[in-house]
Design a protein around this ligand. Structure first.
Ligand SMILES: Nc1ncnc2c1ncn2[C@@H]1O[C@H](COP(=O)(O)OP(=O)(O)OP(=O)(O)O)[C@@H](O)[C@H]1O
Length: 298
């Protein structure tokens, strides 16, 4: 290993905000040069700088927002496919870490040092990378903020959809969806509550980790219906399975989502609004340190 080829980007204010000294010490002892963010926006810059320096191993210490910002920085530097990424889960929800079997901060540090490496898919939404998911249609940040206890009780998709209740006044979106699937293309047109595009996470069946090495997203299109009914139904089923009326399930390598109105979407929790949203899967583009419970093909 070259000297200086191990770096870390640390968000000292993610999660409970009390991890910075400990994580810095532990990573420095393992040969990582640690850069802490000082303001919002720094994580992307630090990711780009690490990429420009040609770093070979990069640990990200923060939540999903920090991982996403670092991925964007690495992509800015054209280095996303050249680095081995470790995740030290210091955020609130830490969905990516959880889906790939990284249990907690100490586990993340140990794995960043010497964990197994898998080449996993990266999604791009209008050119910007994401690891976990894109959710189009309602302000999905509620889903990331809600408690994990709710998720355990009600299942993944129900958990996401309870966010609809909080999006007061949200009335669904008219969507034209074109998807590239294994045997051609599929189109969907109608009124949707949301379109859920999972890379690391599944939104259907039992939820949990998606196959991150198949070049495909797990896509669920949820028909528009009154929020109360939907939530009640989701909770009744515990999760929305394949057979649940009103949910269309696709496995797609590319998607274009458009409609008469601009579409608000969340990319790993960060909100943006675009006229048309193009999502594509870059198969196995990222080398990622994973935990022992990670399943290549769940
Ligand atoms: N030094 C800093 N000071 C203030 N804000 C920061 C700083 N560094 C990063 N941020 C902000 O932190 C946010 C990212 O937090 P992150 O998503 O990593 O943690 P979280 O929200 O606690 O966890 P999760 O997304 O897993 O629920 C971004 O909005 C970013 O702008």
């Amino acid at each position: 290993m070259q000297i200086g080829s191990r770096r870390a980007v640390l968000n000292p204010v993610s999660g409970t905000g009390d991890h910075a000294d400990y994580v810095t010490r532990m990573l420095e002892a393992r040969g990582f040069a640690v850069d802490a963010t000082e303001a919002a926006g720094d994580a992307r810059r630090l990711g780009r700088e690490a990429g420009e320096r040609g770093v070979s191993e990069l640990a990200v210490c923060g939540g999903d927002g920090t991982v996403n910002a670092v991925l964007r920085g690495l992509a800015d530097a054209g280095h996303l496919g050249e680095v081995t990424l470790g995740v030290v889960p210091c955020g609130t929800a830490n969905i990516l870490a959880r889906e790939v079997g990284i249990r907690d901060i100490d586990h993340g540090i140990e794995l960043a040092d010497s964990g197994p490496v898998r080449d996993v898919d990266v999604g791009y939404a209008d050119g910007d990378p994401f690891a976990v998911s894109v959710i189009a249609g309602f302000p999905a940040d509620a889903s990331l903020a809600a408690s994990s206890e709710m998720k355990e009780r009600f299942g993944t998709l129900a958990f996401v959809i309870t966010g609809v209740q909080q999006a007061v006044g949200f009335d669904g979106i008219e969507v034209d969806l074109d998807a590239t699937v294994a045997d051609g293309t599929e189109r969907w047109h109608g009124e949707a509550t949301c379109v859920l595009v999972g890379n690391a996470r599944k939104f259907i069946e039992e939820g949990g980790q998606a196959d991150m090495e198949d070049g495909l997203f797990d896509v669920a299109v949820v028909d528009r219906m009154p929020a109360g009914n939907l939530v009640a139904e989701a909770i009744g089923h515990r999760v929305l399975g394949r057979e649940t009326p009103g949910v269309t399930h696709l496995r797609a390598s590319e998607l274009t989502i458009s409609g008469p109105e601009p579409i608000t979407f969340s990319r790993d929790g960060e909100l943006a609004t675009h006229e048309t949203l193009s999502v594509r899967n870059a198969e196995k583009e990222l080398s990622l340190r994973v935990g022992p419970d990670y399943e290549p093909h769940p």
